[in-house]
Each structure stands twice: as C-alpha cells, then as structure tokens.
Design a protein around this ligand. Structure first.
Ligand SMILES: [Zn+2]
Ligand SMILES: [Zn+2]
Length: 266
C-alpha cells in the first residue's frame, strides 16, 4: 500500500510516512496547542502546493522572511539569514514548492536549518532534502516531539551552539524546555526569537507564554531563565515568528518587558 507523510492541518507538522493518516497529533493534543474543534484532520504536501503559495520578502539587509499565503496552520514565518559562509534557515514553514526552492537557490541556497521549538517542525525533512540533505539543528531537550525522524536531524545539548560567522543558537527554555533563539552579531546584532520571546503588537515590548493559543502564562522562574540566557549579548533588532519586528533598541525593550512582567508577579 502506498504510504504518505501526512501533515496535521492545525499545527502543520508532518509525520512519519504511513498508509493511513495517523490517529492523533501529539503536538496538538499538548496543552500548548489545540485539536481543532471540528476534529483532527490531515493533508499532504502535494495538496498544500495546490492551495497555497509562499512569499519571500526582504525584511532587513541579508534577512528574508518566508511565509505562506493564505495563512496555513499556526501561520509562522521562517527567516533566511544570508551570511558570508552559507545561508541559515531559521525556523520553517510547512508549504514547500518548486518556486520556493528555485528562489532560495538563487539567493545561495541553505547550508543548515535551525529550529526554535517543536511548533515549527513543519516539513523540516522535506526542506533539508530539497537543499541537498543539509543538517537540521534542534535542541535535544525537545527530541520527544520529533514525529518524523531523519539522519539530517542533529540534536545539540549545550547552552549555546555555534554555527558559523559567529551566529549562535541559545537555549532559553520557557515555552518548551529546548526553546531557543538565534543570535546574529553582524552589524548592531539581532535576535531571532521563535515563540519563547514574543514581540508584542506595539513593536516596542515583548512577552512570554507557555501557550499562546490557550493563554497559559509562564512561571517567574522561566522568565528569569530566558532573561539570563540573552543577558550578556548585545543586540539591537529582534525578529518574531509572526512578522512583528523590533527594529532598534530591542535589548532595552526586553529589559523593560521583563521588569513589567515581574512587577505583575509581586
Ligand atoms: Zn497537529
Ligand atoms: Zn510555539
């Protein structure tokens, strides 16, 4: 029987190939996500290619946002960071088509993929293979959420993990035990934050949640851990996963926001 790597329509994560769709989605059944109130449903990458297109948008020098229109599943963005020694795909989206692959190759391709946390596992294995089987870096503390395994996946277990050109992955924890951010020190420095630091709509402050869809906050100790993880680096910009960016003074925005959060806990 033909087997297919099915994709959950609510979180956009692709599972190990199977003849029939999986019975359940462990990512969506977790408190941080939700099962669609109409019930669990599945799709395939071929079907997505027919229903959706991707946009590749230059959002800062050497930074491209990649996102799907209309929005699919969680609706996050990936970012392609162009560096002298090879491009890094930070986080990932589910829809991957020939146009996207061609355009990214014209920008120099992808040398590695780094993922902030399990909600953005999407179709990482497809993306890795499309660019020659490049490594996919994931923090080892989130290994149990990998629902499609592949030899390209490389778990890192340090507090900080260096890629190249001084670009570093930093484990913050909080939203997930292995939730990480990516630091690019070029220019005045920038943080790519996934979900564990969330840029607020004013583009001047940030917040931190255990679950965004279910509105479950994080305990104080986790917020202090996130603060500590990025305290000793200098950054001016911050790139959120939903197109909200702090263009300058992001470090001050982080300090102000942590203080605001802690005052509420007093
Ligand atoms: Zn799901
Ligand atoms: Zn998340």
């Amino acid at each position: 029987m033909l087997s297919t790597s099915y994709i959950c329509t609510t979180c956009g994560i692709q599972y190990e190939a199977s003849a029939l769709p999986p019975g359940r989605c462990i990512i969506c059944e977790d408190d941080r996500q939700y099962v669609n109130s109409n019930g669990q449903s599945w799709t395939t990458l071929d079907r997505l290619n027919q229903q959706y297109k991707n946009i590749i948008e230059l959002v800062a020098p050497n930074v491209y946002a990649i996102y799907t229109t209309p929005s699919f599943a969680i609706g996050q963005r990936a970012h392609l960071l162009i560096t002298p020694h090879g491009n890094i795909l930070w986080d990932c989206i589910t829809n991957l088509d020939l146009t996207t692959i061609d355009l990214i190759n014209r920008l120099g391709g992808v040398k590695a993929i780094a993922i902030s946390h399990p909600h953005y596992f999407s179709t990482i294995v497809e993306w890795s293979r499309a660019f020659g089987g490049v490594p996919i870096y994931i923090n080892g503390l989130d290994e149990k959420w990998l629902v499609r395994k592949d030899t390209a996946i490389q778990l890192w277990n340090e507090q900080e993990f260096d890629l190249w050109d001084k670009v570093t992955l930093i484990r913050c924890g909080g939203h997930f035990p292995g939730a990480s951010v990516m630091y690019n020190p070029a220019g005045k420095g920038a943080l790519f934050v996934g979900d564990t630091i969330q840029v607020a709509p004013d583009l001047k402050t940030v917040s931190f949640m255990y679950s965004y869809p279910n509105l479950i906050p994080l305990p104080k100790k986790d917020i202090l851990q996130i603060e500590k993880a990025v305290k000793n680096i200098d950054y001016d910009g911050m790139y959120g996963a939903f197109g909200r960016y702090i263009k300058r003074d992001a470090k001050a925005a982080m300090a102000f926001s942590v203080e605001r959060y802690l005052q509420i806990f007093e």
